[in-house]
Design a protein around this ligand. Structure first.
Ligand SMILES: Nc1ncnc2c1ncn2[C@@H]1O[C@H](COP(=O)(O)OP(=O)(O)OP(=O)(O)O)[C@@H](O)[C@H]1O
Ligand SMILES: [Mg+2]
Length: 251
């Protein structure tokens, strides 16, 4: 099953969600593969701290070789398929993606470019189910509408909204407003958490960098919901955060 992580707008957190959700699944014992479907501006590898590869998704598409040639294992054990940052691949034909992904393993998450570009439509077409990431602001939310409508027209399951970077301020839209605007349920609320930014600066995804942080707990809950693997929120979270008892083995 291929699950796509899409959005109406750029910068809302698709790549962050793809990487951390995949990694959270992996840490809960569900093998997952994350794929960089943003062929023009790929940065999934950046989030994982790896920039050099022998073979990437664009070469798989252009040379019509097996997807498995571009499968790598991150030091955390997460399996991923990167795309190349080079300008040489600007012309890669994203419409061939669907054919390439026939061999994608069962728990595959694919990161999409923002909005409804030709490239994001090619990602959408590959998916059995999509999740739409948004921030809690009117323009971000309304831009999700087209993505959701298009997915429904294409008979692609819309798994839900992932509401990201929530600060619980009164200028944000609330959950009910977002759900009624989009006529879709919110499946996960991820707080704005500076640990996400710190992790990114260290090229260490937050669920690995700070597994007990607020954002990480949301990612683990979502990973558990999507994979069926058990996750119990650890007790005394605030105390453990203060005492830096944040090793995964302490779960
Ligand atoms: N929950 C969060 N808390 C704080 N910062 C976040 C959170 N989620 C994402 N960010 C930050 O927001 C920025 C954009 O995130 P990301 O690159 O994942 O967005 P994107 O939707 O993939 O962007 P693009 O549309 O350009 O591909 C990054 O600096 C990331 O660290
Ligand atoms: Mg991105």
């Amino acid at each position: 099953m291929i699950r796509g992580i899409l959005s109406g707008k750029g910068g809302v957190g698709k790549t962050t969600v793809t990487v951390n959700l995949g990694l959270a699944m992996h840490k809960l014992g569900q093998e997952a593969v994350v794929i960089d479907g943003d062929l023009k501006n790929p940065n999934l590898g950046l989030h994982l701290g790896i920039l050099k590869y022998n073979i990437t998704l664009q070469e798989v598409i252009e040379k019509e070789i097996s997807l498995l040639h571009a499968l790598y294992i991150h030091e955390t054990g997460l399996r991923f398929i990167p795309a190349h940052l080079s300008l040489n691949f600007l012309e890669t034909d994203a419409s061939k993606l669907k054919n390439c992904l026939r061999e994608a393993p069962h728990y595959t998450l694919i990161d999409s470019p923002p909005g409804l570009s030709k490239e994001s439509l090619c990602v959408l077409e590959c998916c059995d189910e999509i999740f739409v990431v948004t921030e809690p602001y009117l323009s971000d939310v309304t831009d999700c509408l087209k993505t959701i409508e298009l997915a429904k027209e294409l008979k692609i399951e819309v798994g839900g909204i992932i509401l990201n970077k929530v600060r619980n301020k009164n200028y944000e839209l609330n959950k009910e407003e977002i759900e009624s605007t989009l006529n879709t349920r919110i499946i996960s609320v991820i707080p704005f958490d500076e640990n996400v930014l710190r992790g990114l600066s260290l090229k260490n995804p937050v669920v690995n960098y700070k597994p007990l942080s607020e954002a990480s707990i949301s990612f683990f809950k979502l990973a558990s919901r999507l994979s069926g693997k058990e996750f119990n929120v650890p007790k005394f979270l605030k105390l453990r955060r203060v005492l830096h008892l944040d090793k995964i083995s302490e779960f």
